[in-house]
Design a protein around this ligand. Structure first.
Ligand code: FES
Length: 108
């Protein structure tokens, strides 16, 4: 059993707790899309479009540090916060159990 629980707040403020698999190599962006959250992910997960921008409300300390490409994209976002991340750059893993994210990119 390698599922973790992640809370997701959508654009209307609704929070859902989802079970996420950590043994499939999915990114958080792919997982959110699979759960029908309206994330464009125009660049396909290359840290180039920032349409997968999320705010990490809880669990920032559970995550790996952002890479240069991700930092560059976050720097360009007018609504970036100190706890902003690109969901495509977060690979689901057991350490993320209990985290909460809020969708932050412009709505589709
Ligand atoms: S999907 Fe484009 S930056 Fe994440």
């Amino acid at each position: 059993m390698s599922d973790i629980k992640i809370k997701v707040q959508d654009y209307s403020g609704d929070v859902q707790e989802l079970e996420a698999p950590t043994d499939m190599g999915l990114s958080l962006m792919e997982f959110l899309k699979a759960n029908e959250y309206p994330i464009l992910a125009t660049c396909g997960g290359m840290a180039l479009c920032a349409t997968c921008h999320v705010i990490v409300e809880d669990g920032m300390d559970l995550l790996n540090d952002p890479g240069d490409q991700e930092m560059d994209q976050l720097d360009l976002l007018p609504n970036a916060e100190f706890n902003s991340r690109l969901a495509c750059q977060l690979r689901l893993n057991p350490d993320m159990d209990g985290m909460m994210v809020r969708l932050a990119a412009d709505e589709e």
